[in-house]
Write a protein that binds this ligand. Sequence first.
Ligand code: SF4
Length: 379
Amino acid sequence: MPNLRDTTRAPDTAWQDDVRAGVRHVRDLASLPLSPAEREAAQAAASLHKVRAPKSYLDLIDWNDPADPIRAQVIPSPGELEEAEGELGDPIADHEFSPVPRLTHRHADRVLLFPTYQCAVYCRFCFRKESLTSIGRGYTREALEPALAYIADHPEIREVILTGGDPLSLPDKALAEIRARVETIAHVRLLRIHTRVPVALPSRITPGLVAALQGRLMVTVVTHFNHAREITDATEAACRTLRQAGFVLLNQSVLLKGVNDTVEALEELCRELMYRLGIKPYYLHHGDLARGMAHRRTTIEHGQALVEALRARLSGICNPVYVLDLPEGGGKVPLAPCPIEGRDGESWRIRGLDGTVRDYREILGVREERPSKNPAAGS
Ligand code: SF4
């Protein structure tokens, strides 16, 4: 089997070979170079969260390194079997804010629409893994009807976010159909797509897929790169295709212990995203409370130290916003350390990138000199 990552201009169907040659079922784990103990642990963990990875993504793994950051993202590990107290099956309360099936309406102007609960790759850290397992179904036109009717009935909705599951794992025909249906709703202004496909199955980004998404609506594609080693000639070609189609590209990463929890790893990732792929690093997520993920979460304090160091090293355009998506639908809140050290009226004390605290006085107009009570004074 050739290394599929070497092909930067793959034919439109190359992605199907890539999927077929990868891991699609638990039994396929037997073909990977794991030790018997690792295989047994991986098979047990895979019973809790599906396992799938295209061959080109597996080709990125250094199998001699048990702590390889690509391996950590897709090969089930025994840590997943350990549930810590307080972890949640639905960490950000998608279901609580779901008025109809396949839709979450947490914020007034936007909704999450779930056309499928299947993915091209199953990430071990996924906070929706329990929905993917329990619901698990793919796309049908009928299944989406109640959600589309809900959007049409709510004129405050401006943005429809296709998520899942991975929307770009769907066939072109399904994507074109979903896009066309959303476009008929006049108050919708933007179609956003959350996807790991450009990362894990870049050969799927074909002219046909792009054409299926082009229409009336502005399209923003939010990719999900977590490590610079995921950035290859093939991902570069895929992102170029998306950019040239006129789509806005943003990236969200998850801060994962053992994958990208060093300043060097994040610095390289953010630079390569912006400078090589033309993708603006958008969010760096603190780990959600998904079950069995304690072994991949860092402390918030560590995350704050990382983003403070990044802020000093990277240009603003390369810096993501460090956020936590709060349980119970509390929304994404920024976690970066606050540089304000104190305030006295209009005077603020603010810590600079060099660590020095400086004074900043708010000046909102020219101060008028007060007339002196004694005109003779000071003359
Ligand atoms: S592609 Fe997205 S939805 Fe699917 S398993 Fe990975 S993180 Fe979860």
